[in-house]
Ligand binder design. Structure first.
Ligand SMILES: *[C@@H]1O[C@H](CO)[C@@H](O)[C@H](O)[C@H]1NC(C)=O
Ligand SMILES: *[C@@H]1O[C@H](CO)[C@@H](O)[C@H](O)[C@H]1NC(C)=O
Length: 412
């Protein structure tokens, strides 16, 4: 009896042992898979399959100590500058910061995003009939800036624009032009909502600007260290105004100047767009205005996104998605019309690049960086082409610097 009990207990212990080692094995396997996946995700510029990230850690540390240099206002783009900044005249360090390539092509997109782009090209929801010049027109950064300044009208719907001049709209639009409320400013910041802003500790640097533009529901509360506290302009899309229950309630929207934009059919005028908006946000716009009559709230003219789109298409070497530019790109050009210098954070991704879409949500999708609906890839090419800052600033801070339209000189 005794022996049988002992043997029973023995079997139980050995079973337990086996079970335990099985658990350990499974856990190890799981951990290995996790680490592998994490590594894959974190691969810098995974979409550029032919390029590899070659940054040496030692160089990175060196660069860190010199990253607080102000952006040169000379405006000449010098790809060697980052290496010069690293060492004195004697140090011949060749640091190359692997950042966004201004000639990125859709061929480098992952297959899923290539398919989505093709589907949008076939769908042509906004009835785009682009007649050229372009695609593939080569413009210098200086010529492109003048082109943008002269062909993209950054203006808001006015009380004299039909049908906003009718009694239905009386008292709803701000009385004063946006330029009496906004700017002219010196240095401005455009803060993307990218997941890579997380742990960036850019808050103080961002707040140090004369004006800060943010997008849609991007919060500052609880994220101050990374994104700052100041909101001077908030650009929101019509979908948010129409469908987001929080829009009328959340105090997040009550600070600064609001601008809403809605995509029209390609180059349609205001009356035509008004009859057929992408999202019918007009009712909620009026409700919001009644609740907050003293907060400036503008409607971007629907022509502006397509004027900008035409130029992105013109300078891109292939067909871009026939959908309006991203809010990010619109915000950048809006600020270029109001400021002398525009610092853009995490539009061109830094070393923190991630598939996490927003710094305030746990949502993964490579489309958020590379573009699916919006021609984001081509917008980034354009911003990289125009960047006055260094590759070092892009790599370390996610910062690109564009001049304001007022500061540029254009020929006859
Ligand atoms: C920009 O808008 C103004 C006023 O709405 C208009 O007079 C002008 O022709 C527009 N410019 C371009 C380039 O479309
Ligand atoms: C509104 O504008 C349209 C087009 O400019 C004009 O024909 C119409 O008379 C205006 N309506 C009012 C009430 O001013």
């Amino acid at each position: 009896m005794v022996s049988s009990t002992t043997s029973f207990i023995m079997t139980r212990t050995s079973l337990k042992k086996k079970f335990f080692s099985c658990c350990v094995l499974i856990f190890l396997l799981f951990a290995i898979i996790c680490v592998w996946k994490e590594k894959k995700k974190g691969n810098y510029y995974e979409f550029l399959q032919n390029k590899e990230f070659q940054m040496l850690q030692g160089l990175e540390k060196l660069a860190m100590s010199s990253s607080s240099q102000p952006v040169s206002s000379s405006g000449t783009h010098n790809p060697q500058r980052s290496s010069q900044a690293l060492g004195g005249p004697k140090a011949k360090l060749k640091a190359t910061f692997q950042v966004w390539d201004k000639d990125s092509s859709s061929k480098n997109l992952i297959p899923r995003l290539q398919t989505i782009r093709k589907n949008y090209l076939n769908m042509n929801k906004y009835k785009v009939t682009y007649k050229g010049p372009g695609p593939g027109v080569k413009l210098s950064a200086e010529a492109l800036l003048c082109h943008l300044r002269d062909h993209v009208n950054v203006s808001m719907i006015e009380t004299t624009d039909f049908p906003f001049n009718t009694s239905d709209w009386e008292g709803y639009l701000p009385q004063q032009d946006i330029r009496t409320k906004a700017g002219p400013w010196g240095r401005c910041a455009v803060v993307s909502s990218a997941g890579s802003l997380k742990s960036s500790r850019l808050g103080r640097e961002i707040d140090d600007h004369d004006a800060v533009l943010r997008f849609n529901g991007a919060p500052t509360v609880k994220f101050q260290q990374d994104v700052g506290t100041k909101t001077t302009i908030r650009l929101v899309n019509s979908q948010l105004v129409t469908t987001e229950a929080g829009f009328l309630k959340d105090s997040l929207y009550n600070e600064g100047i609001l601008i809403v934009w809605d995509p029209s059919v390609y180059h349609s005028d205001i009356p035509k767009w008004y009859r057929n908006p992408d999202y019918s946000f007009f009712n909620n716009f009026k409700i919001y205005r009644k609740l907050h009559p003293d907060q400036p709230f503008y409607i971007l003219k629907p022509q502006m996104p397509w004027e900008l789109w035409d130029i992105i298409q013109e300078i891109s070497s292939e067909q871009i998605q026939p959908n309006p530019p991203s809010s990010g790109m619109l915000g950048i050009v809006i600020m270029m019309s109001l400021c002398d210098q525009v610092d853009i954070y995490e539009f061109l991704p830094s070393k923190r690049k991630t598939d996490v879409c927003y710094y305030y949500q746990r949502y993964f999708d490579s489309a958020c960086t590379m573009g699916a609906y919006h021609p984001l890839l081509f917008e980034k090419n354009m911003v990289k082409h125009l960047n006055l800052g260094t590759d070092e600033d892009i790599y370390l801070l996610g910062k690109a610097t564009l001049p304001g339209f007022r500061t540029i000189r254009c020929g006859a």
